[in-house]
Design a protein around this ligand. Sequence first.
Ligand SMILES: C[S@@+](CC[C@H](N)C(=O)[O-])C[C@H]1O[C@@H](n2cnc3c(N)ncnc32)[C@H](O)[C@@H]1O
Length: 447
Amino acid sequence: MRQDKSLISRSDPTRDLAFDILTGIFEHRRMLETTMDRSSIKAGRDRASAHRLAATVLRHYGSMTELLRPLLKKEPPVPVLCGLLMGVAQLRYLETPPHAAVSTVVALLRRRRLTPFAGLANAVLRRVAREGAELEAGLDHERLDIPPWLWSAWGDRARAIAAGLYQEAPLDIRLKPGIAPPMALPAGRDMSPETGDDTEDSTRDDLPRIAPRLLPNGSARYPAGTRVTLLDGFEEGQFWVQDAAAAMPVLLMGAVAGKNVIDLCAAPGGKTAQLASQGAHVTAVERDATRMRFLKENMKRLDLEVTCVQADAMTWRPKDKADMVLLDAPCSATGTFRRHPDVLWVKRPRDILSLTQQQDRLIDAAHEMLPPGGTMIYAVCSLQDEEGPDRVQAACARGWALHPFTEKEAGAMSFAVTASGCFRTHPGMWPEEGGLDGFFVARLKRI
Ligand SMILES: C[S@@+](CC[C@H](N)C(=O)[O-])C[C@H]1O[C@@H](n2cnc3c(N)ncnc32)[C@H](O)[C@@H]1O
């Protein structure tokens, strides 16, 4: 295949940013959003395309690495592998024309002072372009695309969970009571094809709109890629972003109107908004100053009144005991891999241990915020037993009793109620409705 010289010299913000994201993850364990935030590339279309390319590599990382194995005499340096994987992703999944997929990666490696590997990349990617289907035959994608430590930790749930990896997550919102969900612009039609900037309002007004899907738990669901800030009613504070599974901890609290609820670990405030919009008197506690600022901005946009406390929930105590505590604890977030496929490759087993220690301390702190008989809802967006059922079991030896959920309480998601009465979802569930994030929720009563 002839190399296109014009592509070699041209700048390529999409692939540059995707490469920075991937090397950030695999060389420095830096989360994808951190690289996006730091990037000087600002055009919306470049950022969206870079995100899509990097996320495609992350979703297929294991199987694409395996596909490359017979074509490489030895393991290449990490940045070279990242470049090669970008090429394979474009060839196998993104329908990029082969000459463009190959030449742009070769050009990228040259720009990044990896010229000695340009010939290798050219030869390897040309073979993938020709023989990709045969090279891929027989690979167990689900098994390979989940890091081995997570696959074994998920046990017999692993294959079902992994099935959720290949579907980009939709956009879910929750609406304030009495508000109808707005129509949306089709994803990708909201930016100018020339500049990548947001389209003018007047241009947008001419585009056709699509209706959301109304989920049985009251969430409204839009196709992946829909931009929430462009939905009518966003500025007016009529709704907020929240995955359908993330809405369940508050829905499982039952009637909260008029109750004093302490919302521990509250930012950016999805659950705070749910509680406040249902009439609870909410005290939102958040340790991180920047995240607390987001929470306050969100409550202002939504016109919801909430008492905000910037403090460490491990040491902060309320003047009066609460009627209920919601503890949405910091966790590994492995349940969010559809939206954040980087969690799979950034998190390590040792992170789990440190998180479980924090979770236990926060559960103990919540104990002191409730009267005897008071209820805490414990939630994590983690798929790990250590952060879910094991924490509940440990709490039951320290002054708590599990108060099981009934299937009726879980409504349309009764399938997620476990034998012990906890609530547990994973990304492979509810495929007919477009999938769910992974969440674990338990109701504990202070003894
Ligand atoms: C899973 S997120 C919470 C999501 C939030 N409940 C929502 O629904 O939008 C966990 C939050 O806990 C905060 N956090 C972690 N440790 C904390 C602590 N010791 N005290 C208070 N907040 C903490 C983090 O800064 C983060 O914002």
